[in-house]
Design a binder for this molecule. Structure first.
Ligand code: ADP
Length: 611
């Protein structure tokens, strides 16, 4: 669809200017022709008039010796009528006395009717005045081509004639009317030609200029489309001239631009993908400290949307880092680029780097954020673990050491005491052995143990575990009931570890249930899991501790646990075994009322489940 060009836009267009140039050129050309023709016509008329007089007057053979005024008049009258060169409807001759400037005779019609007006008319002639003022008999008045007069303009030719009876001035007059008629005809013809030429100039100019403006318009429209990102097709090169070259260059430029843009877009997309999928958070700030870019990892880490991420200085002060954009820009470097800080509930490692402009001056900052919360927790756990292990080993070692020293100091002699002391040493050694065994189990888990999967009948396994624990329960006069539902499927699992898991849970129930307590071990199943639950009516676990009892070395009551021979690792091991099998352990408890622990083991083998 062609756009309608506004009036002012049209008059600013190249097309209009070219038409205007052509019109002006035509106009100037026609004007010059007109002026030139005018001058030529005027000249032809005057020259013709003058030459005619000069030649014909010469032929009369008038001179001072043979002619007086009367003879001259007679000659002129006679010859003028014959030759017609000095007299006619538009021509006349006049004889003036040079000394008095008195008109002696004139063949002019006006002279016959109004002598004064005639005299006034011819005395406007510069030629006449000039000749009257001259003494030289050869003087000729031809200085001015024509004289303006109220009764019509006229050409005039003036000469001096010395005769026997005095000096006379001959004034030849030729009306300019005919010349003006011819000039008018010429002017009209030229005016018509000018109008036609101007009209032709408009048409030719528009057609010609379109050959220039059309390709330029095409280029302009394509350039506009390119600005909107639409590269489309290449323009047709219609000529081999400058416009054709321009179109070709434009096509080349547009294809280069397109390929460069494609390259930049693909680079940008690559960068965006990297930024979107990298696990480290990235925040870029400009030199005023405003956020110019963030990636999803940064938003997730800071738990805020891109728009809510604050300025650099604000962010640094929130993190307690003594840095601000002003000082970084003035230093042009970051003296301490690496920081480990706490932000809300996260631990963050933050690495700051500056990016520079073309003059190598700081143009902004990129902050790379790494979530080291897990690392930090593990670090703390590792430290706690080492402290816990040392502590757990120190207590039995101290007592073994002190009992051994007492024995060496002489208690060995007293057999009863010695036996009692050796019993304690044995118990403490057992505890250390248990602890080391548990630690070994955990370290195996941490190292990634391989489970020996085999078919297990949970009904049988639970029955066997309960049987083995019955003796211990009996020692505390506890009632240990076993209820196993029919139809529990055979599951895949590591028999040794599931056995260890069930024993741990039942033994805890016995440990933390007072004498004469009641413990119920049940097994049933649903679609997905076989569920083994161990319920007791023992001391129970306070609500705040419920979440933590599966942590390594976590004990609700340390003294009681130790007294019971506990290591604080039993539930941690149990949970890890359940999780390794694709299951879980949950706990419900009320202090003083009892505890209910449920073990969930998947009916299908964990990796089969994943399929
Ligand atoms: P421990 O070797 O101390 O028994 P566990 O990891 O087996 O260590 O248990 C962790 C803690 O959980 C115990 O110290 C105890 O306080 C609590 N606990 C575990 N089972 C029971 C239960 N059945 N009744 C009450 N408290 C329990």
């Amino acid at each position: 669809m062609r756009k309608i060009i506004s009036k002012s836009a049209f008059f600013r267009s190249i097309q209009w200017r070219l038409v205007l140039i052509l019109m002006l050129t035509t106009f100037v050309l026609m004007s010059v022709v007109w002026v030139f023709l005018n001058a030529r016509v005027e000249n032809i008329f005057y020259e013709d008039f003058k030459t005619n007089i000069e030649t014909n007057y010469e032929a009369l053979g008038i001179n001072q010796e043979n002619t007086d005024f009367q003879k001259l008049l007679k000659e002129l009258k006679e010859n003028a009528l014959i030759a017609g060169f000095i007299h006619g409807p538009d021509k006349s001759y006049t004889i003036i006395d040079k000394s008095t400037a008195e008109i002696l005779y004139s063949s002019d019609e006006l002279y016959q009717t109004d002598k004064i007006q005639f005299r006034n008319g011819i005395f406007k002639s510069e030629n006449l005045l000039y000749v009257l003022s001259q003494d030289d008999p050869e003087a000729v008045g031809n200085r001015q081509k024509y004289t303006k007069s109220e009764r019509g303009d006229f050409y005039d030719y003036v000469k001096i004639q010395r005769l026997k009876d005095g000096e006379y001035v001959l004034f030849f007059k030729y009306s300019r009317e005919r010349a003006l008629d011819v000039l008018n005809d010429f002017s009209n013809a030229i005016l018509v030609s000018t109008v036609i030429s101007l009209f032709a100039a408009v048409i030719i100019g528009s057609v010609l200029s379109r050959t220039i403006t059309l390709p330029i318009n095409d280029i302009m429209h394509r350039a506009k489309k390119i600005t909107d990102g639409d590269f489309g097709y290449a323009l047709d090169v219609k000529s081999d001239d400058e416009v054709g070259m321009l179109t070709r260059t434009f096509n080349f430029m547009s294809s280069r631009l397109k390929s460069m843009l494609t390259e930049i877009t693909s680079e940008k997309k690559k960068l965006e993908t990297i930024l979107n999928y990298m696990t480290d958070g990235i925040i870029a700030y400009n030199r005023t400290g405003e956020v110019i870019l963030t990636n999803p990892a940064a938003e997730k880490l800071l738990k805020s949307k891109a728009a809510d991420i604050v300025s650099f200085d604000e962010f640094m002060s929130t993190l307690g880092i003594k840095l601000n954009m002003g000082s970084i820009i003035s230093d042009n470097k970051i003296i301490e680029p690496l920081h480990k800080v706490q932000y809300k509930d996260k631990y963050i490692k933050i690495h700051l780097a500056i990016f520079t402009d073309e003059n190598n001056q700081t143009d902004g900052i990129i902050a790379v954020l790494q979530d080291i919360t897990e690392e930090h927790k593990l670090d703390i756990m590792r430290k706690e673990f080492v402290a816990n292990v040392s502590h757990e080993l120190r207590t039995p070692l101290t007592s073994v050491k002190s009992y051994t020293e007492t024995l060496l100091d002489g208690a060995l002699q007293d057999k009863a005491t010695a036996e009692q002391f050796l019993g304690v040493i044995n118990e403490e050694t057992d505890r250390m052995t248990r602890l080391v065994k548990d630690l070994l189990t955990l370290s195996q888990h941490d190292g990634g143990i391989k489970l020996n999967f085999e078919d297990i009948s949970i009904s049988d396994l639970v029955g066997s575990c309960a049987d083995r624990m019955k003796r211990e329960a009996k020692l505390k006069n506890q009632e240990l009931k076993v209820r196993i539902k029919q139809g529990i499927p055979i599951i895949q699992g590591d028999r040794y570890r599931i056995d260890q898991l069930i024993i741990n849970i039942i033994s805890n129930a016995i440990k933390y249930t007072p004498e004469k307590g009641r413990i119920t071990v049940q097994a049933h199943c649903d679609k997905e899991f076989v569920i083994i639950s161990v319920e007791d009516n023992g001391i129970g676990i306070p609500a705040p501790d419920l979440d933590r009892i599966f942590e390594r070395f976590y004990r609700v009551d340390k003294a009681r646990s130790r007294q019971m021979g506990g290591t604080g690792l039993g539930l941690a091991i149990a949970k890890e075994i359940a999780v390794l099998h694709g299951g879980n352990i949950t706990v419900k408890s009320k202090p003083g009322k009892g505890t209910h622990i449920s073990i969930f083991l998947p009916v299908r083998k964990p990796h089969q489940q994943a399929l």
